[in-house]
Design a protein around this ligand. Structure first.
Ligand SMILES: [Zn+2]
Length: 229
């Protein structure tokens, strides 16, 4: 079985839009008595996969692909067309969450001033007036890595709070995050679009997903084969 790492394409002539989250959210922090890590409740990742959350997102320009980066999570948002194609082909192995699409017209002057201060006048002017509806992609963890071959290790596995952290093998100078992942084939749960334990929000896919993606002329992704062991 061949697996691929998906990356957001920046587009050819123009940069594809990126969804920008404008919500602030309330959370409570607590410190784990065992690993001393600070925990946020809700955690932004948990919030992202919560179907009842309805985040406010604007598009930073109006050049749209079917898969777009968002300021929340890498490959996080998809067009209505992509959602329909994914539902038709991959059924209930992929879930979707709502987004409240915000227009340039909805943003007040104080907010726009912040955007101008941060990213310049041009960036503020490019914010889309009539963004199409996008949806949050909610995926399952569908496989694990051979950590040793990927040059990674589990650096924290807290029995108390359940927190797991992965990092480079101690003493290694390699840029571990960019190491080619080695997916354990027998750990694959059969999903065609999935996360991998230890690789955070990176989205992996199968050959079958790429066929569907190409057949329906979807846009916005690039694929890079990873290794299977
Ligand atoms: Zn802990």
């Amino acid at each position: 079985m061949n697996f691929y790492n998906t990356r957001i394409s920046f587009g050819n002539k123009r940069r594809f839009a990126c969804g920008v989250l404008i919500d602030t959210y309330n959370y409570e922090t607590s410190t784990c008595p065992m690993c001393y890590n600070e925990r946020r409740e809700p955690d932004l990742n948990n919030l992202f996969s919560n179907k009842n959350w309805n985040p406010n997102i604007y598009m930073n320009n109006d050049y749209y692909a079917d898969f777009l980066a968002s300021s929340i999570i890498g490959n996080g948002i998809v067009s209505e067309k992509a959602m329909i194609v994914l539902k038709e082909n991959f059924g209930n192995t992929i879930d979707f969450g709502n987004i409240e699409m915000i227009s340039y017209r909805d943003l007040d002057e104080a907010f726009l001033r912040k955007v101008r201060d941060y990213s310049g006048n041009k960036a503020a002017k490019q914010i889309a007036n009539d963004p199409p509806q996008y949806y949050r992609l909610i995926l399952n963890v569908g496989a694990s890595l051979n950590l040793q071959l990927t040059n990674m290790e589990l650096s924290l596995d807290c029995l108390k709070c359940g927190r797991k952290e992965y990092g480079a093998v101690a003493g290694s100078r390699e840029d571990w995050w960019n190491n080619t992942p080695h997916i354990i084939e027998s750990s694959w749960k059969g999903y065609d679009l999935f996360h991998v334990e230890g690789k955070g929000n990176t989205v992996f896919c199968t050959e079958r997903f790429i066929e569907v993606y190409k057949h329906h002329a979807l846009t916005g992704l690039e694929f890079e084969q990873v290794l299977t062991v």
